[in-house]
Design a binder for this molecule. Structure first.
Ligand SMILES: [Fe+2]
Ligand SMILES: [Fe+2]
Length: 178
């Protein structure tokens, strides 16, 4: 990833840079403004990051990677926002439903929800459906799908590292005296 991609990953929470990026917002405004997308704030994805925040980070990073290469940045942005649009708490999903294979099944659930709520085209569906490759066996059909794979891994690693860092800091905090 080039400097712009790394910068996007690091800048997102500090500056909410996406909020000032009019071209990005023009691609995704309908999704961002919808109640169903905002409802993902009730589900934690990793650490202190909600599903909505995670999807925003992944979307904006995918968008910038694609834009910088002259790829279909709009498809990357929209599929990024909806790639984890499964609409449940995956931490309790196995206990609640008996489905122990969230990692394998959630791309299809997210794709089906995205079609239902936003009528997305085939290309964006493919990006969502294949975003867990190689855990799921079929790779993305489009190069933008590989940008999404990459952005998802980078953002997930950053979220998990932040959680581990916070736990580490708590473990090292000075004990109260007395
Ligand atoms: Fe996912
Ligand atoms: Fe994800």
């Amino acid at each position: 990833m080039g400097r712009s991609g790394r910068q996007a990953a690091g800048d997102w929470k500090r500056n909410a840079e996406y909020e000032k990026d009019r071209e990005y917002l023009a691609c995704v405004r309908d999704i961002l403004d919808s109640g169903i997308f905002q409802s993902m704030d009730q589900y934690v994805q990793h650490g202190a990051t909600t599903c909505r925040e995670h999807c925003l980070q992944v979307s904006y990073l995918t968008y910038r990677i694609c834009r910088d290469r002259g790829w279909d940045a709009r498809a990357g942005a929209r599929a990024g926002l909806l790639h984890d649009f499964f609409l449940y708490d995956w931490h309790t999903h196995a206990r609640d439903t008996g489905n122990r294979f969230h990692g394998l099944t959630h791309p299809r659930t997210a794709r089906d929800n995205a079609v239902r709520w936003f009528q997305i085209p085939e290309k964006e569906q493919n990006l969502i459906l294949r975003h867990m490759w190689p855990l799921t066996p079929v790779p993305p059909r489009y190069k933008e799908g590989f940008a999404l794979l990459y952005a998802d891994k980078v953002c997930t690693a950053a979220e998990v590292a932040a959680q581990a860092g916070a736990a580490f800091a708590m473990a090292l905090r000075p004990r109260q005296l007395g």
